[in-house]
Write a protein that binds this ligand. Structure first.
Ligand code: SF4
Length: 163
């Protein structure tokens, strides 16, 4: 059975920085849950962050690739550098994915951890740009295909085709 790593906030867990969830109400996701396919993870909570916590963004309009390469930082809105904890959370998510043989991940978009199509630019003004967070990037670097909630139909058809 194909298992899918999924962001905890997408399945109703109130683990986002502001103490909310980002629940996806979708019959496909519900079916995967009932089939026992979901491997649920919140990289930031796994790294030791509390909930709620200060919002954090990848700085200098960079992406998860840059963070993992050591050329960008992640800071919270008070200016504290939290890069190492975000990397720790990404490693935890990768370990879970490998342990459960997940070839796919469905992650919340926009997050400096889980974002896959866009992230915020580090100014805490709501400005965003194309790129992925550190967890999504690390997973992709290890061959795990990462999808945003807007791509759930595409992911479902891949799984159905056993791709
Ligand atoms: S780190 Fe990922 S799973 Fe955790 S709250 Fe942020 S987007 Fe959701």
């Amino acid at each position: 059975m194909k298992r899918i790593l999924v962001s905890a906030c997408l399945v109703g867990q109130p683990v986002r920085y502001d103490g909310t969830a980002k629940t996806v109400s979708d019959a496909i996701l519900q079916a995967w849950r009932e089939q026992g396919r979901l491997v649920i993870v919140c990289p930031e909570v796994a790294a030791g962050f509390g909930t709620p916590r200060r919002p954090a963004e990848i700085q200098w309009r960079r992406t998860g690739d840059d963070v993992l390469a050591g050329t960008a930082a992640i800071c919270d809105d008070a200016g504290t550098d939290v890069t190492s904890l975000f990397i720790e959370g990404a490693k935890h998510a990768l370990e879970r994915a490998i342990a459960h043989e997940c070839r796919y991940a469905l992650l919340a978009d926009g997050s400096p951890s889980c974002g896959s199509s866009y992230v915020y630019d580090g100014t805490f003004t709501g400005a965003r740009h194309h790129g992925a967070g550190v967890t999504a990037t690390l997973l992709a670097q290890h061959g795990i295909r990462v999808y945003a909630p807007s791509q759930i139909d595409e992911l479902a058809s891949l799984i159905e085709r056993n791709a």
